[in-house]
Design a binder for this molecule. Sequence first.
Ligand code: ADP
Ligand code: MN
Length: 495
Amino acid sequence: QCPWGAPNTTSISCSLADVMSEQLAKELQLEEENAAFPEVVAVAEGPFITGENTDTSSDLMLAQMLQMEFDREYDAQLRREERKINGDSKVSISFENYRKVHPYDSDSSEDEVDWQDTRHDPYRADKPTTTPRKGFIGKGKDITTKHDEVVCGRKNTARMENFAPEFQVGDGIGMDLKLSNQVFNALKQHAYSEERRSARLHEKKEHSTAEKAVDPKTRLLLYKMVNAGMLETITGCISTGKESVVFHAYGGKSATEDKVMPPECAIKVFKTTLNEFKNRDKYIKDDYRFKDRFSKLNPRKIIRMWAEKEMHNLTRMQNAGIPCPQVVILKKHVLVMSFIGQDQVPAPKLKDVTLSSEDMKKAYYQILNMMQQLYKECNLIHADLSEYNMLWHDRKVWLIDVSQSVEPTHPHGLEFLFRDCRNVSQFFQKGGVVEALNERELFNAVSGLNITADNEVDFQAEIEALEKMNEDHVQNHGKKLSMFPSDGDPPIFDE
Ligand code: ADP
Ligand code: MN
């Protein structure tokens, strides 16, 4: 016998027809309700509102539904915060990665809306949904793995968004299109090779712009200068040389170290590719100002030293009143100086202007004067002086490009000076300035030396002998104790 006693077997007096009619009534009522409040039913996404046709007998199911409800609320709150933070800002941040329910996890209409919500920003490439690390979503028979064909297909379609914008992917993104992995991979391969191809096509054009002519680190440096308000805009490239790239920029409002920014600036970017500088070693290796540091430095720092050298030399010239660009700021291998020219148009090089004979003569005497000042007051030899590095602006000559300039004590300094003199003499003699001294006379006039050789070979031999004498002296007395006074006076060789 059953220990709980016999079941009560008294039948309920209820006919089949009654039961049938009761069910019918329920059904009818439900239909009526649905018709009366259709939107309520459509919006009713929560398990508790649509609960009538959901099996709530299982605790697990109940817990899952609660979790789902929580996740949805969590995501809704996340969206609100996202909107609050982003506001009308052009740049928006996305909390999508923090969402509990991901757009591709389910097919519900609510998710469809979410999907659109997070994608309203056309500038943002959407992240494809992630399957959690464990590799599947869901429980029991509802399990969906990352290998699921449908899910993968949708993901693949969504990923097409990440292709380059000019790559035509059709309208598939808007539809429930499922791309097989094979098709997607083929398409991806094609998109990437297209991207590379078009990049190659544009390469030439982009090289001419200010941004692409320099490496990313330099670009960041320039960008920071603009950001700090030092520069207003960098308009473009003035010159691309072997060792440097020069840009034009409009000065910003912000003053650096109590210096007011000039209205227009020239930015000289020393190239960080080292090959270009190999042949310049001799200018800096033997310059005693940098000698101690040279051996300890890595190549990148040596290039910065070039920029530093140009800055120091320009400052000396500025102090002597020689027309030259004014140093604004030095950052690593980037030197910002005042622009010689106007309205983005750099002053022409002396080699490119046609001067009246009067201006030509004026220019010659000005240069003679500047060379003497450079030597006597700045204790410098330009070392690359020619019609290529002199600009004609405001009816006078401006000296530029002094990164290689050295002091007269440099072991080859006098040779450099003689070369400068030859360039200048030849230019002005060819230019019809009858008063122009020949290179040997000019050399003596600038250096204060009196080398009497009347031909070039002997003259150069004497220069080299003087250089050797100077070197020996430096050797004997230690390099810091050169025979030149430290107050910047020119050397006196006749001892
Ligand atoms: P490089 O070592 O490449 O010859 P330069 O200093 O001579 O470097 O600059 C290259 C060119 O850039 C010059 O010939 C000149 O046309 C232009 N340039 C350089 N500095 C200035 C400046 N401060 N103002 C105007 N133009 C400049
Ligand atoms: Mn130059």
